[in-house]
Write a protein that binds this ligand. Structure first.
Ligand SMILES: [Zn+2]
Ligand SMILES: [Zn+2]
Length: 421
């Protein structure tokens, strides 16, 4: 007997049926909606050189400072599990010279991300994101299209009660002046800030604006607002975005406190929140990052993207309504070894035609096979025994309304097609 109990790592979860159908539903909706806007899938690796992330996300962010899964590999290289998707996509865009293709280039990705966080409700160390990135379009129209695409996607998934927040956090031209104002504003009350923000006051004062600690929330009342410090270019871009959003009928709240935790954002940032989640209420977030391609050694390329957090979307879905999970089309109950052989052949033929078929175990009684068919919520049950083998006709039963009848063994496919049409 083994006295070691195998367990998944802390903060890592197994995703099982029937939950997996909700995951697939979200993934399918995202693929369908994104493709309507011309976004194509890209699959970068899950592991990259550590500097891909430190360079882009920023040395003074929580992610890089505390949360990265960083290892030294056997070749003595520092590698990291990706904590988010954008850095890898940008690395790929530059490395594979995708900027030589006609602009804009539009991509989406889906997969696991890794952050070594304190496990808390709704947060995992391996978590999943679906994200999009659009390269090569500087104007606010693509910002509006991306936000509209996110909205269509969340609606198709079936999420209600969601709020769109937008902001502009300026550019390298106007942000330094704002940053200075912010540092000045917080300088007087350093002792009142949480230890993290106390440090951020020097390294990245904008981050104090989205700290969730109560006393930091209090402290920032009356803080200078980034939207009051935008340069003409950023102001025009932001007003353009707001007017496009209005044109598309997307109601948005301008939220000057929403600065996003990553260093690489410029101008537009946005976030979708749901009242039906707790404190960690963002289901998707993104923004423009016009400097990042350049920083990776590519040509200056404007870009914008977002990522949706799968776990939170699934949580909302799970609580929102009852869901129909897929069920077998047919359960074949068999009595006797000959019937079991015939059942196997029929099942194989039906599966070849695209039906989900489950086979009963000949070692079990008919009653127990029927129980299993019921538990699986099978739509139809076919029963095969000696009589049926002799006559070539099978008894069928529809479990939802208990209707029943007979059908020739050779007409089962037609019978099922007729029922499902
Ligand atoms: Zn600016
Ligand atoms: Zn704080």
């Amino acid at each position: 007997m083994s006295f070691f109990q195998y367990k998944a790592l802390k903060g890592m979860q197994d995703i099982l049926p029937p939950d997996i159908y909700l995951w697939q539903k979200v993934e399918t909706a995202a693929r369908e909606v994104f493709s309507l806007y011309g976004f194509q899938e890209i699959r970068p690796p899950v592991v990259e050189s550590t500097n891909v992330f430190t360079r882009s996300i920023g040395e003074n962010t929580d992610i890089v400072e505390k949360e990265m899964y960083t290892f030294t590999d056997k070749g003595d290289r520092s590698i990291s599990l990706r904590p988010e998707g954008t850095a890898s996509v940008v690395r790929c865009y530059v490395e594979k010279n995708l900027h030589t293709l006609p602009s804009p280039q539009k991509f989406y990705y889906a997969g696991p991300m890794f952050r070594y966080e304190r496990p808390q409700s709704g947060r995992f160390r391996q978590f999943y994101q679906i994200g999009v990135e659009a390269f090569g379009d500087a104007g606010p129209r693509i910002d509006a299209e991306v936000i509209s695409m996110l909205r269509h996607c969340l609606l198709r998934i079936g999420l209600k009660d969601i709020t769109f927040n937008v902001n502009s956090i300026g550019c390298p031209e106007c942000r330094p002046a704002y940053r200075e104002k912010l540092t000045e504003f917080f300088a007087g009350g350093l002792d009142s800030l949480c230890p993290d923000c106390n440090r951020r006051q020097h390294t990245n004062p904008l981050r104090i604006l989205d700290c969730k600690v109560d006393r930091c929330v209090d402290m920032r009342k009356g803080a200078p607002r980034v939207t009051d410090y935008l340069c003409n270019g950023c102001r025009t871009h932001f007003n353009g975005l707001l007017s496009f959003l209005e044109l598309l009928g997307i109601s948005c709240t301008v939220n000057p406190d929403m600065v996003r935790g990553l260093d690489y954002y410029t101008r537009t940032t946005f976030e979708v929140t749901s009242e039906n989640l707790g404190a960690q209420n963002a289901v998707a977030a993104g923004g423009r990052y016009d400097r990042l391609v350049d920083e990776f050694g590519g040509p200056e390329t404007p870009a914008i993207g977002f990522a949706m957090g799968m776990e939170r979307i699934i949580e909302l879905l799970r609580n929102s309504a009852s869901h129909d999970f897929p069920a077998p089309d047919v359960f074949i109950a068999v009595i006797g070894d000959l019937a079991a052989r015939e059942g196997l052949v029929i099942a194989d033929r039906l599966r070849g035609k695209g039906f989900w078929v489950e086979l009963g175990d000949v070692g079990n009684s008919l009653k127990s096979q029927m129980r299993r068919a019921d538990r699986l919520s099978s739509k139809y049950v076919f029963i095969i025994g000696d009589d049926e083998l002799n006559s070539g006709r099978l008894k069928w039963k529809k479990l939802s309304d208990s209707s029943q009848g007979e059908v020739s063994m050779f007409e089962i496919t037609d019978f099922l097609l007729k029922q499902s049409s």
